[in-house]
Ligand binder design. Sequence first.
Ligand SMILES: *[C@@H]1O[C@H](CO)[C@@H](O)[C@H](O)[C@H]1NC(C)=O
Ligand SMILES: *[C@@H]1O[C@H](CO)[C@@H](O)[C@H](O)[C@H]1NC(C)=O
Length: 301
Amino acid sequence: MPKDKDDGGWKKFVWNSDTGEFLGRTGGSWAKIGFFYLIFYGCLAGVFVGTIQAMLLTLSSYKPTWQDRVAPPGLTHTPRSEKQEMTFNLNDVESFLPYTKALKDFLAQYDDDKQSDPTKFEDCGAEPADYKHRGDLDSDVGSRRACRFSRSLLGPCSGIEDRTYGFQEGKPCVIVKLNRVVNFRPRPPLSNESIPLDAQSKVQPYVVPLFCANKRDEDAGKVGEVKYHGIAGGFPLQYYPYYGKLLHPQYLQPLVALQFTNLTMNTEVRIECKVFGENIHYHDKDRYQGRFDIKLKINNL
Ligand SMILES: *[C@@H]1O[C@H](CO)[C@@H](O)[C@H](O)[C@H]1NC(C)=O
Ligand SMILES: *[C@@H]1O[C@H](CO)[C@@H](O)[C@H](O)[C@H]1NC(C)=O
């Protein structure tokens, strides 16, 4: 019996026909409280939108507002696999097809016919030169021209003559680029003494050198000769700074193609590549900041 009584009380709370109350309030009371919340949330939304708008006004579309803590650029390579290893068999075309395809796809954006428009591209020379200033970053006058970078600079790794990018011969190519950072000017090493002995001969004006070597001591002597194709085997300064997507839509990063010409076969060799510069640092937790490492294994059995 008490159960019925409870049910009755509950129903009466939902709709009390005696007083005309719905959930304990009359229509007028509900209207007032509804009106209050409408104004209240309206003001909250106004403050929210206003703050965002005010902040957007202080931002430039062209120049990053906060760049004082930007990490130096990452170094990335193609072909790239998830586990940072590249294994293939010389006698099995299928085993290196994914790598050559990745290289072909990546290099397609560097085709000469995509760089022919003189209003968008210009020649910046095949020798390293100083930074190319293209006006202030926050002036919005038109888009800036980009330096051409011809695939032919990559020699045997250009894919123009050898469509297997050296893989067929057991001399695989890996293409390396420095990630874009708006307004970043990489600074070459001041002297050759600050970098590892083997890389010292690569120091020259106007270029940020790239150097690869065995990562583990036990792999010493297994890497063989590494050839560096591109402009002076590094990243030449005339391609910097990058003005960002809006002002520099055609920008092409300079590339370096590594070719491992005498890698020890049938052994996994771990290789580390690094760029050297005054404002390029490495970080224990970020394996791609200014360097990367890959495991390479060529089988010929
Ligand atoms: C390092 O630089 C000095 C002078 O700047 C030069 O004489 C020397 O040959 C360089 N070392 C290497 C290994 O290139
Ligand atoms: C390739 O490396 C081996 C040692 O691993 C060496 O004996 C040989 O001379 C090298 N070949 C060339 C062309 O450098």
